[in-house]
Design a binder for this molecule. Structure first.
Ligand code: GLY
Length: 352
């Protein structure tokens, strides 16, 4: 959903409130994706997570716990100023402030921790782990989350890079022609900005060690130019992340609001518990996301299909893995113990 097209989008949605909408048959299945089995290491991540799966695998092989391994993996992306969707360098909210969300979950204890709308801390995933281990709570937000992080020795830093500030300023200057923010060249700027305005990048990483311990993490700077205080699906256990050591782990990236409303990652794990492969479970959960989105016509395009992107990633206790996206053209990262690779996600709808 581009902020630029929001008004048209709402209008189109209202105009087609009565449109009938049918789910397609399963498309784009990528087939069986087996890892090395129950006694093997495996790490799975969103398409931006190849460095995370590599790191997680190396650490697990050296004896690290899977949760520490996936957090160290996503820290690479959180600390990377060039990734505009996660941690330091993330595109800010509408007031130009970077607010981060993250969650972790540990299979053997079913424990979870999360932070939301956290400012000034580069690695929210590490704070989420401390929420899990050093509080009796599961989720801390905003000012309280920041005070908790500082109590544990985290240093406050300015997370807004020059690149992210420039992106935000261009967005602000081109929001309206009825305010006093003037832009030098509207056309070029609109083209430059579009990828950011349509952007809700995130990283999810899941891992399993040779003892069958499963863990996961999801971390993000959320929707570009979001309202201050907006919390996406990433820190919501059951939506952006869910781990059940008896079954498997799942996580998501994409349009958080649609996923919160369907408890997507929990659904993926539930579908795996019914015997579906990780990929089948991801596709089935994606169908639910699409089906529920069809009840909100403003979320549909002219052909009655969801006009947002979303992806699920899953890993079961046998070491099989999979991913599915709303739209074709997405990839995910996996290290199956032998090779670190990027694979195509299955999908519900083929992009034209
Ligand atoms: N999935 C990331 C977000 O919606 O914030």
């Amino acid at each position: 959903m581009s902020r630029f097209s929001r008004r048209g989008f709402i209008r189109t949605g209202l105009g087609m409130a009565a449109a009938s909408w049918l789910l397609p048959v399963k498309n784009g299945s990528a087939g069986s994706r087996s890892g090395g089995g129950e006694n093997a290491f495996c790490a799975v991540a969103s398409g931006n997570g190849s460095r995370a799966t590599e790191k997680a695998m190396n650490l697990m092989r050296r004896g690290s716990d899977p949760l520490d391994a996936v957090i160290a993996g996503v820290n690479i992306v959180e600390e990377d100023p060039d990734d505009a969707s996660v941690g330091y360098g993330g595109v800010p909210n509408e007031e130009g402030v970077v607010e981060l969300d993250a969650s972790v979950m540990y299979g053997p204890t079913h424990a979870a921790g999360a932070v939301a709308s956290l400012r000034n801390i580069k690695t929210p995933s590490r704070v989420a782990k401390l929420v899990m281990e050093r509080t009796g709570h599961a989720l801390l937000v905003g000012e309280g989350a920041l005070r908790f992080a500082k109590a544990h020795g985290f240093k406050e830093e300015d997370l807004l890079t020059e690149k992210a500030r420039a992106i935000w300023l261009k967005w602000k200057e081109t929001l309206s022609d009825r305010d006093f923010w003037l832009s030098p060249d509207e056309k070029t700027i609109m083209a430059e900005l579009r990828p950011y305005a349509e952007h809700y990048g995130t990283i999810n990483c899941l891992a399993k060690n040779s003892d069958g311990v499963l863990a996961g993490v999801t971390t993000t700077s959320g929707y570009a130019f979001k309202l201050p205080g907006r919390v996406g699906d990433s820190p919501i256990i059951g939506a952006g992340l869910y781990v059940d050591n008896a079954v498997g782990a799942a996580g998501s990236t994409g349009y958080g609001e649609a996923n919160i409303r369907t408890c997507g990652s929990f659904l993926v794990v539930q579908f795996m518990s019914q015997g579906r492969s990780p990929e089948e479970a991801c596709l089935k959960a994606m169908q639910v996301v699409a089906e529920k989105a069809s009840l909100l016509p403003g979320l549909l395009d002219a052909e009655g299909r969801p006009r947002f992107g979303h992806s699920f990633y899953a890993l079961n206790k046998k070491g099989d893995f999979g991913s599915a996206s709303m739209w074709s053209g997405h990839t995910f990262a996996v290290h199956d113990g032998t090779e670190n690779k990027r694979l195509e996600s299955a999908y519900l709808y083929k992009r034209k």
